[in-house]
Design a protein around this ligand. Structure first.
Ligand code: TYD
Ligand code: MG
Length: 482
């Protein structure tokens, strides 16, 4: 058989080119083209066999009909079950992405051990570590006695053959997909072609056998799961495991989930004895608060169905640069820009001569617009040098007009705040009318507009300002509307 015409596939975007070139025309990346069989060897079926195969007719179905709930297997680790939407679905494939060293292997050996101890067949295939290393970790985690079946293998065909033998495993962990290789393609392990072909073969096995498959994927520097995104669309769920290297919190987040929600998070703490579930993340995120310092506000947020309180920290300082700096960690920079613009335009707060830094404590990432009010409070508090009340939480979305708009699930946020000992809440005015909000026992401080909040914080700051004799950077603000 004549060799198929080669084509060159960009390892970053997947575009195919007929000849090699230094730069991919589709995505503009340099040095990303690699040779691949034009036949798309990744499909695993020999070209000759495919050419002979005739089309087969199949029955078309209606939308209405039986749809039993996906059979699930709970891992026994609540934070994982929450994020997956109730456990691992039979025959489904899950990709767990994260930076090297974040704790993916630790999490999965813990999950596999929990399942194995519950009497399910769990197999852990490590392509990165020797069996002895995995054993050592299990010992350290106190899991050495769990009946997990273990192997250090990277050849996909051998793995599939081994797993097809005997009872179907209930859970198979492949750590990591980047180390796997299959005979069907010639590229080196770790290339897009290999990662795609290996994943395809393993996914085929999972779908056929009904085993739940977890693929580990390392994330490259620019935040993409290496084998850039080629695996993401092939799997049923993508979870990402995140955290700040220096901190002990780890957050498991669903990026995509065909069988569950994508807004739930699981919170863990990395300890000497492995990952510990954190049932009440608010306590953890607020554990090291600097009470009485200006520039911090507690945001009553919501992650999926779970209320989470976090501290937003702001630093506003006169700039030495022509263009002042704006730096954000854990929040959307364009939302910060918007809040700053509203403060300038409607509240008379001049920030154009100041550097602005905003940080979410604990390494959490917040996507909710409801954090606007807490961010604004922290910023103004820092600028005015006026600490916010330590027993207050903030939530509310700020509109471009400076009004504070209602947000979802206010009662749940208030309840969580009350549970953690907070006494008052600054919140959108409309929430007060909501009867359920009153049940929390918190003193409600409704805020109709940002001007009102700025005035209140500035008034708190007057005392300190007068005492220190500093120039007042917070100019009197025009009261517009309410
Ligand atoms: P690991 O699971 O190997 O990370 P990944 O598979 O994502 O690359 O975790 C490695 C880090 O976790 C390592 O820096 C040590 C730390 N660790 C602990 O702090 N406690 C433990 O019990 C274990 C097993 C690891
Ligand atoms: Mg690992």
């Amino acid at each position: 058989m004549a060799r198929a015409v080669p084509s060159f596939v960009c390892q970053a975007c997947g575009a195919a080119h007929s000849r090699w070139q230094g730069r991919c025309e589709a995505c503009g990346e340099w040095n990303t083209l690699a040779e691949e069989d034009a036949a798309g060897a990744a499909s695993g079926v020999p070209v000759a066999a495919r050419a002979k195969r005739k089309g087969r007719t199949f029955a078309l179905e209606t939308l209405a009909g039986e749809s039993p709930d996906a059979p699930r297997l709970r891992s026994g680790i609540n934070e994982i079950d929450r994020v997956t939407g109730g456990g691992f679905v039979r025959g489904s494939v899950l990709l767990l992405g994260g930076d090297p060293g974040i704790g993916k292997s630790t999490l999965l050996i813990q999950a596999a051990s929990a399942l194995a101890r519950a009497g399910h067949r769990a197999v852990y295939i490590s392509g990165e570590e020797a069996v002895a290393q995995v054993r050592l970790r299990a010992e350290r985690l106190g899991l050495a006695s769990a009946p997990v079946e273990l192997a250090a293998e990277t050849a996909v065909e051998d793995i599939v053959a081994t797993l097809s033998h005997g009872a179907t495993p209930r859970l198979v962990v492949i750590d990591s997909i980047q180390t796997m290789w299959t005979d069907t393609v010639e590229s080196a392990p770790g290339t897009v072609t290999q990662v795609r072909a290996s994943a395809q073969a393993l996914i085929r096995f999972a779908k056929k056998s009904g085993a739940s498959l977890i693929l580990v994927g390392h994330v490259t520097k620019d935040g993409q799961i290496a084998g850039p995104r080629v695996v993401e669309h092939m799997v049923d769920a993508v979870l990402s495991f995140e955290g700040e290297g220096s901190q002990q919190f780890r957050i498991l987040r669903a990026v995509k989930n065909r069988f569950g929600p994508t807004d739930e998070i699981g919170v863990f703490e990395m300890t000497g004895g492995g990952l510990r579930e954190v049932a009440n993340p608010s306590e953890l995120f607020l554990s090291e608060r600097d009470l009485g310092t200006p520039g911090t506000a507690v945001f009553a947020g919501l992650e999926g169905t779970r209320p989470v309180l976090v501290e937003m920290q702001a630093l506003v300082a006169p700039t030495a640069l022509g263009t002042p700096r704006r730096a954000v960690v854990g929040w959307d920079p364009s939302r910060l820009a918007m809040v700053l613009a509203v403060l300038e335009a409607h509240c008379g707060v001049k920030l154009s001569g100041h550097d602005v830094y905003l940080n979410i404590a604990g390494g959490l990432r917040i996507a909710e617009p409801a954090a606007d009010l807490a961010a604004a409070a922290a910023l103004v508090s820092s600028l005015a040098g006026a600490p916010l009340p330590a027993d207050a939480v903030f939530f509310g979305e700020i509109s471009l007009s400076g009004a504070v708009r209602p947000v979802a699930q206010a009662p749940a946020r208030l309840k969580e705040a009350a549970k953690l000992g907070f006494a008052r809440a600054y919140l959108p005015e409309t929430v007060r009318a909501d009867g359920a909000a009153g049940e929390s026992g918190l003193t409600l401080n409704p805020v109709s507009g940002l001007t009102q909040l700025v005035a209140e914080i500035a008034a708190r700051g007057q005392g300190q300002k007068a005492a220190s004799g500093k120039k007042d950077t917070l100019r009197p603000f025009p009261h517009r509307g309410g």
